[in-house]
Ligand binder design. Sequence first.
Ligand SMILES: Nc1ncnc2c1ncn2[C@@H]1O[C@H](COP(=O)(O)OP(=O)(O)OP(=O)(O)O)[C@@H](O)[C@H]1O
Ligand SMILES: [Mg+2]
Length: 383
Amino acid sequence: MSASNANVGELIDRSHVVVCCGTGGVGKTTASAVLALAAARRGRNAVVVTIDPAKRLADTLGLEELGDTAREIDRDRWDPSDTAPAEGRLSALMLDTRATFDGLVHKHAESPEQAERILANRFYRNIAGALSGTQEYMAMEKLHELHDEGGFDLIVVDTPPTRHALDFLDAPARLTRLLDNRIFRLLMMPTRRSLRLASLAVQTFLRTVAKVIGSEVIDDIVAFFRAFEGMEHGFRERAANVTALLAAPTTAFVLVTSPRRDAVGEAEFFAERLRESDLSVDVLIVNRVHPDFGGQRTPLELRVRAVEITEVANRCDDSEAAVRLALRYENLADYVSLGQHERDELARAGDRIGAGVVTFVPSLAHDVFDIAALDAVGRHLVG
Ligand SMILES: Nc1ncnc2c1ncn2[C@@H]1O[C@H](COP(=O)(O)OP(=O)(O)OP(=O)(O)O)[C@@H](O)[C@H]1O
Ligand SMILES: [Mg+2]
């Protein structure tokens, strides 16, 4: 394990995909934007795929709004001093689950009529944006599309603020399981006769579901799966490709956490989940640690200084200012020792997680809302 941020620079130089994950609110979206920006500054053609309901990133990047397709960010905006290599480019997009799903239907349907049939289907209209797991799955489809057709050197993927932040890892496998499901396959069959031929268990299942949600809903679902016919092969294939892409040596996982005990616990849990999928954490970012007060001085040096000042103060007539100064030094010593303790503790958590690199980003005095603030975070993260 190393605590060098030079390694993060190296990571964004050599990776093709970087996935930022972590529990809610720890700084995934911020870290994704920072990494893509830093990569562009280092001469890479980078894109960040963000999932940010607050649309904060669009504002930060100076875009009116982020669309579902990658938009290049004006160079003047992200490189005002014109120091980045000419090849460096920065693009961004915001994942729109519904638009991505519609786009997939249009692109992969065998005919425009098939696409229309699906898009007009009531069941489709209900699930396209709302079904649990759809967002994770569409994030993966987007990744696949950008990898396949985007021509980017680096794709940085932000992940949804779900309780189960690694659900997106399972999304391709879950889709494949659905497509392999017996009931799904029966629903894909073209005639009602085949439903009559369905096993008793399936018929009972459908009758029960019909009772609960209404038979017209079942008709919609059956119509949806029928309309889907011929497309499932493509979905299955892309799911397999994404799974392979996530496991590729050029894909890196960046786990973001805050120093809070519960967040570190979650991070350890995520790392475990990644390990179960034979994946590992390349970088652990501990965001919002105590700033590095005190320069190079140790708490002991600071306390010695406080004692020296107090001794001088005792010999002076007007000692009030000196006493206040001594107290400030004591205070600073406390902060430095707290910061060091925090970093040591977190470095140990990094070891447990098996992160290749652990980096610390201090809490800034303000929210990260513009390029300058992204750069400030970037200086800690990438150097
Ligand atoms: N180092 C930092 N210093 C100060 N503010 C920060 C820092 N990092 C992130 N923030 C702020 O913390 C908030 C949460 O960050 P961010 O949106 O990146 O988290 P997230 O993990 O993407 O959240 P969600 O899970 O809701 O998507 C934002 O307002 C951001 O500006
Ligand atoms: Mg976010």
